[in-house]
Design a protein around this ligand. Sequence first.
Ligand SMILES: [Zn+2]
Length: 142
Amino acid sequence: MSEVLTGGCHCGNLRLTFHASKAFEDLPIRACQCSFCRKHNVRATADPDGRLEIAVADQAKLSRYRLGLGITDFLVCRDCGVYVGAVMEDAANGEILATCIVNTLELDQARIKEPVAVQYEEETAGSRLERRRARWMKATFI
Ligand SMILES: [Zn+2]
C-alpha cells in the first residue's frame, strides 16, 4: 500500500512531499551516528522505489551544509533551524538522491518504529554513492 506523506521545516520555507511505494511502517528507520546527525537525534528513511519532492519557498533561507567527504548537502532551514533531509547528486546521470528526516513528517509519532543505528564513517565517496543508489530515493526540487 503506497502512501504520500508531507512535512517540512517549522516555518514552512522547506516543504517535503514523500511518495512512498509502501506503507510507512514497512520502511527502514535509520539513526545515522555521524557527528551531525547525532546532534539532531536524526531518524531518517528513504524508499528506493519512492520519490521525494522538496519545495523551497526562499532559496536564500536554505542552507546546504556540508561536512566529511563534502559530497552531501544537509538541507537546513536558515530561518527556523530544522534539518529536513540530505541530498547528493549522482554524477553518472545528474539525478538527485535523497533521504528524508522522519522527525519532520506530519504523522502519528506512534507509527515511527525504533531506529536502527547506522555507521558510515568507513565509507569512501564511491562506496557511499553505491549504498545511496541502492537505498536512497530520487528527489526533485520544486
Ligand atoms: Zn524553516
